[in-house]
Design a protein around this ligand. Structure first.
Ligand code: NAP
Length: 283
């Protein structure tokens, strides 16, 4: 049976790192603070907000909820972001995306300072991920995948890594982060031919397609590590993109869903807020 790479111990270790830095920042009279900017009240935004606020409170990061009406104008939203960029008491900004369709989402993303972009949504942060320049922050979910591999001491150097999914939120940035760890990376998508054969050849597999069991039994091979980012619901039950039962018979290690990547994501977010505070005071 495959080893289960649970998210909770990884999240705990990240939280401990954050707490140690928060204690150092307290010595400088600083409390890392996250502003959560939400337009309207979409159910999944509310769920992410609740999780993030709880994790912040537990670790010692302050939260400022900026809840804006559904009918706010683009100019007013941009003005809010500008005010947060200038507010020295706010170190990180989480902007819930996607915005309602009538907004020019690219213009809104561009308004946020990469220095405070703790969820990695700006072009500046993505450029940082692609160039390794250290600008901004990696998208939290992509970073969470790497934290899991690091925590369980899965060495990426020289390994064949296969990423299923090429979104800017998960697939592309995680591919770049794996490349930075010297993996040999293949990125798959809906036009990939013979997906099972490609995935079978990977020693490290990251699934971020958002389709239940799209990575099925025929995709697995002995010795693989599978990190399943997918969040899908089948008959009211949450599941990932990988067929967990089939994978468990073959691969060396796999993250569960729920209890895997999702558990680590908010800890990464909180850690990014702490890191942003440290950078802003030159630590
Ligand atoms: P997305 O924007 O819909 O992108 C999905 C990607 O998967 C696309 O690149 C798509 O290819 C590819 N894909 C879809 N079906 C495929 C198939 N049958 N074969 C091969 N590739 C396929 O989704 P996302 O935002 O990246 O999210 C992916 C999943 O991660 C979702 O389930 C989401 O809920 C989950 N997620 C989890 C967390 C967490 O914290 N755990 C955070 C964010 C997202 P094309 O480009 O060709 O369309």
């Amino acid at each position: 049976m495959a080893e289960e790479l649970k998210g909770a111990p990884v999240a705990k270790a990240i939280d401990e790192r954050s707490k140690a830095d928060i204690a150092l920042l307290a010595g400088k009279g600083m409390t890392p603070t996250l502003a959560l900017v939400r337009v309207g009240a979409r159910e999944d935004d509310l769920a992410y907000e609740n999780g993030a606020v709880k994790r912040c409170e537990r670790v010692g990061v302050a939260c400022k909820k900026v809840t804006l009406p559904e009918d706010i104008s683009q100019e007013a939203l941009l003005a809010q972001i500008d005010a947060l960029n200038r507010d020295d008491a706010v170190h990180g900004v989480l902007l819930f995306l996607p915005l309602p369709k009538r907004f020019d989402q690219n213009a809104v993303r561009a308004a946020l300072s990469p220095d405070k972009d703790v969820d990695g949504v700006t072009d500046g942060s993505l450029a940082g991920v692609f160039t390794g320049s250290g600008e901004g922050f990696a998208p939290c979910t992509a970073q969470a995948c790497i934290e899991i591999l690091d925590h369980y001491q899965i060495d990426c150097k020289g390994k064949r890594a296969v990423v299923v999914g090429r979104s800017l939120v998960v697939g592309k940035p995680v591919a770049m982060l794996l490349l930075a760890k010297n993996a040999t990376v293949t990125v798959c998508h809906t036009k990939t031919e013979n997906l099972p054969a490609v995935v079978r050849g990977g020693e490290i597999v990251i699934t971020a397609a958002g389709r239940a069991k799209v990575v099925g039994g025929e995709c697995f091979s002995a010795g693989q590590t599978v990190v399943d980012v997918g969040i899908n619901f089948v008959d009211g039950q949450m599941c990932g993109d990988a067929d967990f039962d089939a994978a468990s018979q073959t691969v060396a290690a796999i993250t569960p869903v729920p209890g895997g990547v999702g558990t680590v994501t908010t800890s990464v977010l909180v850690n990014h807020v702490v890191e942003a505070a440290k950078r802003q005071c030159g630590m």
